[in-house]
Design a protein around this ligand. Sequence first.
Ligand code: SF4
Length: 226
Amino acid sequence: MQIEQVDEALAEVFGRYSEKWQPADPLRKLIERVLGQRTTGAHVRRAFENLQAHCSGGWADVTALPHDVLVDLIRPVGLAQPKAARVQGILERIYQDQGAYTLDFLREMDLRSATRYLLTLPGVGDHTAALVLMFGLGRPGVMPVDSHVHRVARRLGWAPHDASPKVVQQAIEAAAPAMNMMDLHVNLGNLGHRECRSGMPDCPNCPVNHLCGTALRQPWWAEPGP
Ligand code: SF4
């Protein structure tokens, strides 16, 4: 697995998101992620604006809202009923456990324990937990696997072609346990939008075709054109 080489090659093309990244409140990142499942950032921003307008007391106010009121406030994100239940379930659990609405205690935990805690929260799976650890806490050694990362990583040969997202995540994290993979995560997504899209990939124009197991099995990309 040539993770560092792929990271370098992709950064030359797409840049490094980590240079713009600002430390964030991990609890807000988690709630954004829960609200943002199957919708766009614009809808999530509208839901947050509604929450901020109605909940001047912060997360305590959100927790105390009648369920139907919260559903109305977050309606822009869709699937408002289950998302409202998840948001209040998460906030209640964190307050029970910590006596405060914060995930800052995860900063001091080892990665495995922090992941395990996040996975105990309602509606939080491997992808969401990894996103919070990466973009909320800036933790190295973690790789959220969305559909683009799942597809591109298997094509690169980093995991078997039939590997699940969890197996892909475990393979990448085991190969680079100390690496901050924020740029790699963002740029595998960029590559997945551009050359390594679902369907037929554009291997001849791919910036990492010299490092890719799939492309290296195809003689055509390396041969001189007509
Ligand atoms: S060479 Fe082709 S299969 Fe490999 S990462 Fe690039 S586009 Fe995807």
